[in-house]
Ligand binder design. Structure first.
Ligand code: HEM
Length: 254
């Protein structure tokens, strides 16, 4: 019985996804890269240890990896892991960080001032700017603060200054060494996409803060934002954030 047609849709989605990943693998097989080539990507690296590929059979990649061989299904599963692990997580983190900043107008103003001082209003943010934005980094990196009363003072308050040099949590790290704050897990199964995830989150947030001012629709006050979460792979917001952008740069955005 499949009264609402969910199983049918699930199977169709599974087949479509399978075809999409097959296409990625076939395109890479049709355009093989030399091991360690600068333009080789993660799929090229995995194909070098594919069971039946020339590279996998005693090719350089195979030799380097010793006895490790992957089947095509293994590679498909890893591509799927990275696709799913790396999209919703970052999107949800951006949505939470935007919501927290909207509820903290002073913090948002300070982030935008820092961006204006460093970048100016005549261009967008570049990757190389990110390391020169200390206040922005503290604001964004700690969005995922834990909520355990035993571990945190005012756990429900978004107060990034607690992680600043004079804050009571100075030095607490989010990479898996401090167990009260584990947005990426810890140990051998912790998130392999931490670096990419933080980079994507920081660049997207810096761009959003720098290129636009944000207001809430229909005169809604920040204090009226529902900050509830819902059950899911990464505790997404229970209600999507709706915010209205107004451009703040002097240059065209596209
Ligand atoms: C802000 C962004 C992200 C957050 C908060 C996040 C968080 C997590 C967490 C909590 C885990 C489970 C760790 C554990 O079990 O201890 C995990 C696992 C994983 N993440 Fe992420 N992640 C993010 C971005 C990414 C990105 C960008 C990728 C890939 C490009 C990725 C790929 C994965 C994979 C493949 C696993 C499974 C690892 C394993 O089971 O061995 N994640 N992530």
């Amino acid at each position: 019985m499949d009264m609402q047609g969910i199983n049918k849709r699930l199977k169709a989605a599974r087949v479509a996804l399978d075809r999409f990943i097959d296409k990625i693998i076939d395109e890479h097989l049709g355009n093989p890269k030399v091991a360690d080539a600068e333009d080789a990507d993660m799929v090229d690296d995995m194909l070098a240890i594919l069971e039946d590929s020339p590279a996998g059979k005693g090719g350089e990649g195979g030799d380097l990896q010793g006895d490790l061989k992957l089947t095509r299904d293994n590679i498909k599963a890893i591509i799927m892991d990275v696709m799913f692990g790396g999209t919703e997580t970052v999107a949800s983190a951006i949505e939470w960080a935007m919501s927290e900043l909207k509820r903290n107008p002073e913090g948002l103003k300070r982030v935008q001032q820092e961006l204006t001082d460093l970048v100016g209003l005549d261009r967008k943010v570049r990757e190389s700017d990110l390391d020169k934005l200390p206040y922005f980094k503290v604001m964004i990196n700690v969005w995922a603060i834990g909520r355990d009363k035993a571990a945190w003072k005012d756990p429900e308050t978004f107060r990034p200054s607690r992680f600043g040099p004079d804050g009571e949590c100075a030095g607490v790290d989010f990479r898996g060494n401090n167990f009260e704050l584990l947005p990426f897990g810890s140990g051998r199964r912790s998130c392999p996409g931490l670096q990419l995830g933080m980079y994507a989150l920081e660049l997207a947030m810096a761009q959003l803060m720098h290129c636009f001012d944000w207001s809430l629709p229909d005169g809604m006050k920040p204090s009226e934002l529902d900050m509830g979460d819902s059950f899911g792979l990464q505790a997404p917001r229970a209600f999507r954030l709706v915010a209205v952008p107004t451009p703040r740069l002097n240059c065209p955005l596209f």
